[in-house]
Write a protein that binds this ligand. Structure first.
Ligand code: TRH
Length: 400
């Protein structure tokens, strides 16, 4: 723990900002809980916070962290108390900092208790030091410029003496930053410099040295068939590592099979398609480190692929009224800065095709792989210069 973090921690302990509740409603898939889980782990491990994670769908959490028992109401893992957020919601004493992830709407009785929290402490000796409960709505990650104007905005409760603050993760300095654990790059670099070890730890046979290794994680509207065909006719061999899930079902249709399961592989032309198990979040991170290029989606895998410092193709989560399109454009505008023009054009074209269900020119994209690789490293380095999301949250609470 650095001196700076240690000082923050002492301050937070004095100000009683040590108990954190993170509420997570799983809208769908794994990204909501994936982000909350990473944040909970970091707050507990790096900042010594007492963290409760309240999740309404433990099955989703269990999928990315298999040690979770999805039948338990309360469990303790990695110094985090995990509670099943069920209805009716029990009367809990609120934490000092309450994270409402992605506008998930806190239980009414909990909000009432938050408003009462300072006066509840009226009898205790530390009343004067006790701060109002910090209520933070953690928003989705976006590269759009409006985020900077909305980050940290306060929204007073219409009836209760409470204020909710909007906290926007983002790529610009005036946003909340992105999740990045201490030591992430060291771990990544160590495994990237020893690929045999990496594949061994993942239980995946070491790919041939002339193969371009690609991981594929996407939604069901992605043109998986087009992509696989592009690899079949690619000018160089491609090994696609495909975690079981949506894409493996689409790949099965493409391969003319009823299903594909972990362990199956299909060889056609220059493509070897290898289905691998859906892995723990930790191992999935490593998979991204091991691949030459990663197809990712949503928010969390998208971010982790950037930290992998390898070329990335993002399938953005569909939103109503095409609200996702400016979000994709904003990211590409930012990401392409400093990337040679031809490579940027090819990167944009592949994103366009992948997100709009069109034909894909893989060869034209991959001919710039060296430039894309160098740029991916530079991008990750540059992003890591800014403070990470957890540090920003802790600082924000300290400064209030
Ligand atoms: O799963 P996602 O689509 O999640 C989300 C949610 O749908 C959410 O509602 C939406 O708003 C958001 O996307 C934008 O994609 P994401 O964010 O990439 O999360 C996937 C998680 O699954 C991530 O934490 C990595 C993890 N994962 C594994 O742990 N093992 C695996 O094998 C794979 C493929 C992924």
């Amino acid at each position: 723990m650095s001196n700076k973090v240690m000082l923050q921690l002492i301050w937070l302990k004095k100000s009683k900002m040590v108990r954190w509740d993170i509420f997570c409603h799983v809208v769908d898939n794994y990204g909501d809980v994936g982000v909350c889980w990473r944040l909970a782990c970091q707050l507990a491990t790096e900042f010594g916070m007492t963290v409760r994670l309240l999740v309404d769908d433990l099955g989703s959490l269990q999928r990315i962290y298999p040690e979770i028992d999805s039948n338990l109401t309360v469990q303790h893992i990695r110094n985090i108390q995990i509670l099943h957020w069920a209805k009716p919601f029990p009367d809990l004493v609120p934490a000092d900092v309450v994270i409402e992830a992605f506008g998930c709407e806190l239980p009414a009785n909990y909000v009432t208790a938050m408003a009462a929290a300072p006066s509840q402490a009226a009898d205790s000796a530390d009343t004067k030091e006790r701060a109002e409960c910090m209520w933070i709505n953690l928003e989705y990650l976006s590269a759009e410029s409006w985020v900077e104007g909305c980050h940290r905005l306060a929204s007073p409760h219409p009836r209760l003496p409470l204020t909710k603050y909007f906290f926007f993760p983002g790529f610009a300095a005036a946003t909340g930053g992105v999740i990045r654990e201490a030591g992430l790059f060291t771990q990544r670099d160590s495994l990237q410099s020893d690929p045999k070890k990496l594949w061994y730890e993942l239980g995946i046979p070491v790919p041939a040295s002339d193969e371009t290794i690609v991981s594929l994680f996407c939604y069901d509207h992605a043109p998986v068939g087009h992509l696989l065909e592009a690899w079949v006719t690619s000018t160089s061999p491609v090994r696609c590592l495909l975690p079981e899930g949506v894409a493996s079902r689409q790949a099965a249709t493409w391969a003319g099979k009823s299903h594909l399961i972990a362990g199956d592989s299909v060889q056609r032309g220059n493509l070897v398609l290898q289905v691998i198990p859906f892995m723990s979040q930790e191992n999935y991170d490593r998979l991204l480190w091991g691949c030459d290029c990663n197809f990712v989606r949503g928010e969390d895998s998208f971010m982790r692929a950037q930290w992998a410092a390898r070329p990335v193709i993002w399938q953005i989560y569909l939103q109503q009224e095409d609200a996702h399109l400016p979000k994709l454009e904003a990211f590409l505008n930012l990401y392409c800065q400093g990337l040679v023009q031809e490579a940027a054009k090819a990167l944009r074209a592949l994103h366009q095709g992948w997100n709009n269900n069109e034909q894909l020119d893989w060869d034209n994209f991959w001919r710039y792989h060296k430039a894309l690789q160098q740029h991916a490293i530079a991008w990750a380095e540059q992003l890591a210069q800014a403070p990470d999301l957890a540090s920003n949250l802790v600082n924000f609470c300290r400064n209030r």
